[in-house]
Structures are given as structure tokens and as C-alpha cells.
Design a protein. Structure first.
Length: 141
């Protein structure tokens, strides 16, 4: 299956993962998961220590979207070709940022030889489920 094209919203760019952004990324995750569609450790340092100690963590599989120097989107993939987190700041949702992050992640995983990319999504998260369907993901039991 061909990969979706990457199209970044105006004023948004993909930034290299930088440890200096870890606190901002954690804050974005906290806000995104406040609705119950995911979870993150309450303390940013605990989250970061656990993340970097995980055997599937590779900073090259952390995709950070920024606008005007601020972190507005984040996608984290495990080395097993699993999308661990995909979050977009509320004010940037509906502009294609999630699709751009996911397409970028999928391309990077394919370059590493992944035959498929997997993820989990809460059944009640209709917005995410629609995005994943548009991106070619199929629901399995």
C-alpha cells in the first residue's frame, strides 16, 4: 500500500527531537490524555526516565511538530513499528497535523523495513479512528 503524502499545515514544521522539549512534550501529552483516551505519568521527569529506559525507545522515532518555536504535535513510535502516542494541541486539531505526523512516522518505519505499522485506539475516540481509517489502518479484534 502506498504511503500517504505528507502535507504540513502553514507555519508548522517537523523539528528534530530535542531533550530540551521533553517537558513541553509531556505537557502536550497530559492535555491530550485528560479526556481519558490515554495516559501519561503525572511527573514529566518520571515519564522521561521511563521512556528513555524502555528498550523500544529510539529518539529517531520521536516526531515533533512546532509552530513559532512551540511544540504543537508529537508522535512517538516504538522500534517494533508500533505508534505509542500521537497527540496534537487542541487549537491545531482539524488542520491535517495529525495526518502529517502519522505519515512521517509511517515513512520512517517503512525505511527501517517495517512491513506494517500497528497502533491502539480507544473505541470512543472517533476523531482518531477516522484519521487512522483515512491513513489506511484497518480495525482488528
Amino acid at each position: 500500500m502506498p504511503l500517504p503524502a505528507v502535507s504540513w499545515p502553514d507555519a508548522v514544521h517537523l523539528a528534530a527531537f530535542d531533550v530540551a522539549d521533553v517537558k513541553a512534550i509531556h505537557t502536550l501529552l497530559q492535555h491530550a490524555y485528560a479526556n481519558g483516551f490515554g495516559s501519561v505519568a503525572p511527573d514529566w521527569l518520571d515519564w522521561w526516565e521511563a521512556l528513555r529506559a524502555d528498550s523500544e525507545f529510539d529518539p529517531a522515532l520521536c516526531f515533533v511538530a512546532k509552530a513559532e518555536g512551540e511544540v504543537i504535535g508529537f508522535c512517538l513510535c516504538w522500534t517494533s513499528s508500533f505508534v505509542k502516542d500521537l497527540v496534537v494541541a487542541p487549537e491545531w486539531q482539524g488542520r491535517g497535523l495529525g495526518a502529517a505526523l502519522l505519515a512521517t512516522a509511517m515513512a520512517a518505519l517503512r525505511e527501517r523495513g517495517a512491513g506494517e505499522v500497528r497502533l491502539k485506539v480507544v473505541t470512543g475516540n472517533g476523531g482518531a479512528r477516522r484519521l487512522y481509517a483515512r491513513m489506511g489502518f484497518e480495525e482488528v479484534d
